[in-house]
Design a protein around this ligand. Structure first.
Ligand code: NZQ
Ligand code: ZN
Length: 392
């Protein structure tokens, strides 16, 4: 088991009705907040009304930044920073999925810098005073409501980059699973695939003695498998939505990695380049790439881990040959994603990726300045291109 530093300062309220606390909590951060939301699902599900009523009851004024798109744009961050300054906003309240929460985090992190927000994304040392955030997630996926990272897209340069800073943990996260009932089957499936990937990116780092971390992650993955299937077929199943929302919150905030050998994630950097060039839904790209990556990196080192994953998470019978068990685990995972309605190749995923013409530049950007992605199996540029081709 490895040494680690662990701190997740976000305070969470979980369950039916918790969002009505928001006004009382918001008062801690001044008298004016900014609501940040997308295309309007929050109005259909009654979340918007609950939030504004609670703010009004507690004397908290609010302004709104709306129309946040999936794979959120840096232009919205500039707009949000300008609005926050003009209106004297002291608190950001994203209401939605990871895209809304990430937009809020970027506004929070760029607020103290007097210049284009993209400068800060490229140079994290420019993050000064961060605005506080109270997050209300409406989609079980990214776990952005309880982590310190955000992903933001620059459409002009085809770049999707991360902003990470300890001051970006939301102060509070208010998680009511009932607000996730309306998430479509497809989006539910993408979300669960994303949660699984956050866990698997950490789980597949072989670490002597990290028994507790590995067993916790297996329980989290089993939760995704069980309740992902239920939520896809029975969207108003509270137990399923609740377990998924909570496992999402813990999937990406560093908790799972306590005691594991830190290792760069392998699938996420590849997906971020697909999003940068083709604007694909994050969880869909992740689900497609995960099984392609597993097949590509199957070797003596990974076969043990993939076989253990098959046995402990997917309840497969182990066979004498670890490769055979590992291959069955990959096939079973692919079939699971398919059964949730996720296409299993990029060509059919509806994102307009019809040829391999951008694979080279995507692979170059995925690797960045280093000559490889130092994941559990190091990936060169050629490897990345081959994985894109296998996923195509
Ligand atoms: O526009 P609205 O109406 O909000 O609709 C959204 C959007 O169309 C819809 N939705 C959300 N909650 C809903 C709902 N529809 C009906 N009922 C509800 N209750 O879902 C669509 C997708 O929303 P989005 O926020 O884009 O999804 P997700 O939560 O998957 O976020 C994806 C973004 O997060 C980043 C991804 O790269 C991507 O940009 N990530 C953030 C991470 C983090 N901060 O830690 C880690 C992740 O690995 C990921 O990279
Ligand atoms: Zn993800």
């Amino acid at each position: 088991m490895q040494n680690f530093y662990y701190s997740v300062p976000t305070k969470a309220y979980f369950g039916k009705g918790v969002v009505s606390k928001i006004g009382e909590l918001a008062k801690e951060f001044g008298s004016k907040a900014m609501l940040i939301y997308g295309k309007g699902s929050i109005k259909k599900i009654g979340l918007y009304d609950t939030v504004v009523n609670s703010l009004k009851e507690n004397g908290v004024e609010y302004v709104e930044l709306t129309d946040i798109m999936p794979n959120p744009h840096i232009t919205k961050v500039d707009e949000g920073v300008a609005l926050a300054r003009k209106e004297g906003v002291g608190l950001l309240i994203p209401l939605g999925g990871g895209s809304c929460i990430d937009t809020a985090k970027c506004i929070a992190g760029c607020y103290g810098y007097d210049g284009p927000a993209w400068d800060v994304i490229l140079n994290k040392s420019l993050v000064k005073e961060c605005l506080p955030i109270i997050a209300v997630p409406t989609l079980a996926a990214t776990g952005s409501d309880m982590d310190a990272g955000a992903m933001i897209h620059n459409e002009a340069t085809h770049e999707k980059k991360q902003l990470m800073h300890p001051d970006l943990f939301p102060k509070y996260s208010l998680l009511d699973p009932e607000y996730t009932y309306s998430v479509s089957k497809k989006q539910t499936a993408f979300g669960v695939a994303d949660i699984m990937s956050h866990i698997m990116e950490v789980y597949f780092s072989k670490t002597e003695g990290a028994f507790l971390a590995d067993r916790i992650m297996e329980a989290m993955l089993k939760t995704c498998v069980k309740y992902g299937t239920i939520a896809c077929n029975d969207p108003k199943n509270y137990e399923a939505r609740a377990n998924l929302l909570w496992v999402a919150a813990w999937g990406c905030n560093g908790f799972t990695g306590c005691g594991k050998i830190p290792c760069r994630w392998s699938v996420h950097p590849l997906e971020h380049e697909i999003a940068a060039f083709y604007n694909d839904p994050h969880g869909q790209g992740i689900a497609i790439l995960t099984t392609s990556w597993m097949r590509y990196v199957l070797n003596d080192y990974t076969a043990d881990m993939f076989a253990t994953f098959g046995v402990n998470v997917l309840d497969l019978e182990p066979s004498a040959d670890k490769y055979e068990t590992a291959k069955r685990a990959i096939d079973t995972l692919e079939n699971l994603f398919r059964s949730w309605g996720i296409p299993q190749n990029l060509r059919e995923s509806g994102i307009g990726l019809t040829d391999d013409s951008k694979f080279e530049i995507m692979a170059e950007k995925a690797i960045g300045a280093a000559d490889k992605i130092n994941g559990c199996v190091p990936l060169s540029k050629e490897d990345v291109i081959n994985i894109y081709k296998a996923a195509f």
